[in-house]
Design a protein around this ligand. Structure first.
Ligand SMILES: Nc1ncnc2c1ncn2[C@@H]1O[C@H](COP(=O)(O)OP(=O)(O)OP(=O)(O)O)[C@@H](O)[C@H]1O
Length: 237
């Protein structure tokens, strides 16, 4: 049974009487890669965390199509800007995630080897994960998720603070997810990256989706004044 689209209906996230996000009514997952952009504090991370289920909305509903929350949770994943890794080897990090899903040993070995090869981490398989560099750690997080075969992947600023080579490696991995049919929803501050990866763009401003458009159309001519200013680097917050 499909889990997409993911529907947000009347979603708000409120703290201390302030609406930080919403109200939002939108569906996600109709196209390959949705990139959420917008200035600092616009609510991009909140949106992804609500979609992933890490936060509960203060009002409204976040609902996966046709699936109960439990089964949807197994079929979607999120990778953070600073991925959490376990204090064990690179290989054991991937294996552990697969063991949590109850996969038998032989299948875990097969998937872990494939995922580490994809992420270019075979040579680091026995290295303790907590000593990895930022770019290596991000590739491990993606390898771990790849092994789980999610249908939907949320990525929160996956290349923030990575150098150009590591950024390119991570973008290539994101491309592989897309090729494999995974729907990707990601945030980025890198407009070049948004142009390279996005099928569609959601421009978030002060907790509202102010514009949503196919990427080519958005970058050719953003429709709203705030999005135009943002793309020109003139909208601070
Ligand atoms: N749990 C929380 N309690 C109170 N305020 C919060 C909470 N989480 C986020 N905020 C606030 O909500 C706003 C949106 O935060 P969010 O992290 O989603 O922004 P963002 O668009 O991802 O920004 P950035 O580009 O700087 O990462 C910010 O002003 C933030 O301080």
């Amino acid at each position: 049974m499909a889990i997409l689209p993911l529907a947000l209906a009347g979603v708000r996230f409120v703290r201390a009487g302030e609406t930080l996000l919403g109200p939002l009514d939108l569906e996600l997952g109709a196209c390959g890669t949705s990139v959420v952009i917008g200035p600092n504090g616009a609510g991009k991370s909140l949106l992804l965390r609500l979609c992933h289920g890490l936060l509960a909305p203060s009002a409204g509903r976040v609902r996966w199509c046709g699936a109960d929350a439990g089964s949807a949770a197994q079929r979607q994943a999120m990778v953070f800007q600073q991925p959490v890794v376990l204090r064990r080897s690179v290989l054991a990090n991937v294996d552990y995630a697969l063991a949590l899903r109850g996969l038998p040993r032989r299948e875990r070995q097969r998937r872990a080897a494939e995922a580490l090869a994809l992420a270019g981490l075979e040579a680091l398989a026995r290295r303790p994960a907590h000593v990895l560099s930022g770019g290596e750690r991000q590739r491990l997080a993606l390898a771990r998720v790849w092994a789980l075969r999610p249908e939907v992947l949320f990525l929160d600023e996956p290349t923030a603070s990575l150098d150009p080579a590591a950024t390119a490696a991570v973008e290539a991995l994101i491309g592989r997810f897309r090729q494999a049919g995974t729907v990707v929803v990601m945030t980025t501050h890198d407009l070049g990256q948004a142009r390279r990866l996005a099928d569609e763009v959601l421009f978030l401003y002060r907790g509202q989706v102010r514009e949503r458009a196919p990427a080519a159309a958005f970058f050719a001519a953003p429709a709203c004044a705030e999005a135009r200013a943002f793309v020109r680097g003139e909208l601070l917050w």
